[in-house]
Design a protein around this ligand. Structure first.
Ligand SMILES: [Zn+2]
Length: 532
């Protein structure tokens, strides 16, 4: 058999990016990301990899985001001894982000084990520790954009700037002699693609003339109005002025790396120009504070006409690294801005601030990034009246606002244009890294217009395709799947359950009187017994 690809993650979902290429000469992994969102997916992080880690010749990493890099320490712990190829920007970011991910897992598991011990349940161990993460960094090997690198005999790769994040790359791969008439088989993996006109990054670049393109689809169904740096900044200014008028805190849950730095650069610049009221901006995320340092170091490679270095040192900006400093923010009552991770509100200090402010009508929550299914951020974005944070029910009374223009991802038309610019594409386009509507949306944009519809594929988790046949051939994987296909696409029962509990509480509370409450409870009991 020639070359095959197995979709070990981010297939019909947006997290856990991981693709296994198998050739007669050896096996190589592109990305090794953490699954996030619904519990069913997150449990995959604890299970065995669907391959033998010590068999891998190398890992090619597209960028530092945890849903692309977050399981590398687990890979090392499970016996992987090869190199991890990445750009210098990616390596610098991973050197903070992976140890941070390790310590988050240690503290989350410690908290879970306290609850498990109290309920007599068995204890669990973290996926990996901070120490494992630090050890895994030894495997990283820097590579430059645009230069071919021999990965193993008969396979070479070249990185292209994907314009999504500091150091982010699309990866072009050639398998020598595996093409249709003896020439190389050429594959391009998009990684995550940045939008046009992104602050701090150039537009994505990539080669043409490929056998296969494997392309992300995160916002494949979205068509954003054209964004310029100035229009985005003015929209942010309007949101900040409204939040100021409301009189409470402005909470911005933001990805620690890049989104945070873009926001701070714009917020400080707007304050300096007098477009928004001057107020303290708390950067309340140890990881974001360290990442900001990396951005200061790489400032000259970022934005030519903006003094990023100076803006990131503004006296308006207060970095609260320690727990004590972070807790002290709670003493502020009037207007102030808090930028904290995580961007989807499923971990990190933002949860403390949400707990403090969500029930407050003067507060504003400004969502600036993608909110994956099953995350707290998605519930808030979808208009939940109450949410559960650390086991407590919190009413949502704060103003909830969205600003999508800071997206680090290309939208549907930009993705379709990026794919079209790669032509000729001989054998197929695989759409990955998207929820069902996004995959369908991007599929519609390119089918027939860019490539024949029969050449567009949206693989399921753990699908394997042979690439050396005239058209990609799916192999029988029915006994090798880790999850039933429907388990991946359905929001899992844990989420349905917590939604139901919130709805019941809401119905009981808003009932006219105790008699009304009694009626609801009796009906629910009857439903549980199964009679209608
Ligand atoms: Zn990313």
């Amino acid at each position: 058999m020639g070359v095959t690809v197995r979709f070990c993650g981010a297939a019909r979902t947006v997290t856990g990016s991981c693709y296994l290429f198998e050739t007669p000469a050896g096996r190589v992994l592109i990305d090794c990301g953490l699954f996030q969102g619904p519990k069913t997916l997150k449990e995959l992080n604890y299970g065995a990899f669907p391959f033998v880690p010590s068999d891998l010749a190398a890992v090619l990493l597209t960028h530092a985001h945890i849903d692309h890099s977050g399981l590398i320490p687990k890979l090392t712990r499970a016996g992987f001894r090869g190199p991890v190829f990445a750009t210098r920007g990616t390596i610098d970011l991973c050197s903070y982000m992976l140890p941070d991910a390790g310590s988050i897992q240690e503290s989350e598991v410690a908290a879970l084990n306290r609850r498990n011990a109290a309920r007599g349940r068995p204890l669990v161990t973290p996926i990996y520790t901070q120490r494992d993460a630090i050890t895994s960094l030894d495997a990283f090997r820097p590579i430059d954009y645009a230069a071919w690198v021999e990965i193993m005999p008969s396979m070479r790769a070249r990185y292209w700037n994907a314009g999504h994040l500091l150091g982010s790359a699309s990866i072009e791969i050639e398998f020598v002699g595996e093409g249709l008439s003896g020439e190389p088989l050429r594959v391009l993996v998009s990684g995550d693609l940045g939008p046009d006109a992104k602050l701090l990054e150039s537009d994505p670049k990539a080669p043409t003339g490929l056998d296969y393109v494997i392309c992300e689809s995160t916002y494949g169904d979205e068509d954003r109005p054209p964004v310029t740096r100035e229009s985005r900044r003015q929209h942010l200014a309007a949101e900040v002025r409204d939040a100021y008028a409301a009189g409470g805190a402005l909470l911005i849950p933001a990805f620690a790396v890049e989104r945070t730095q873009e926001l701070i650069v714009d917020l400080v610049d707007l304050m300096e120009r007098g477009d928004i009221p001057a107020a303290p901006i708390f950067l309340d995320s140890p990881l974001a504070i360290r990442a900001t340092e990396v951005f200061r170091q790489h400032a000259d490679s970022l934005e030519a006409d903006l003094d990023v270095e100076r803006l990131l040192r503004s006296p308006h900006l207060h970095c609260t690294a320690s727990v004590e400093e972070s807790k002290a923010i709670a003493m502020f009552t009037g207007f102030h801005i808090i930028v904290a991770a995580s961007g989807m509100c499923d971990a990190g200090r933002i949860r403390h601030h949400l707990k403090r402010w969500l029930w407050h009508s003067k507060a504003t929550v400004l969502l600036v990034g993608f909110q994956a299914q099953g995350t707290l951020g998605r519930f808030i974005a979808d208009g939940a009246k109450a949410v559960r944070i650390q086991g407590e029910e919190i009413k949502v009374v704060a103003r909830i606002r969205r600003l999508d223009e800071y997206s680090g991802h290309a939208d549907g038309p930009e993705l379709a244009r990026w794919i079209a610019a790669r032509r000729p594409i001989q054998r197929g386009v695989f759409l990955i890294h998207g929820e069902a509507p996004a995959l369908a949306g991007l599929g519609e944009r390119i089918a027939e217009r860019t490539v024949p519809a029969a050449k567009v594929f949206a693989p399921l988790l753990d699908d394997i395709y042979e690439l050396t046949t005239a058209a990609p051939t799916p192999l029988d994987v029915s006994r090798r799947r880790r999850l039933a296909p429907e388990a991946v696409t359905n929001l899992d029962w844990h989420n349905d359950m917590s939604k139901l509990i919130l709805e019941i509480n809401d119905a009981i509370e808003t009932a006219a009187d105790d008699r009304g409450r009694g009626v609801i409870i009796r009906r629910l009991r009857r439903a549980l017994k199964g009679d209608s």
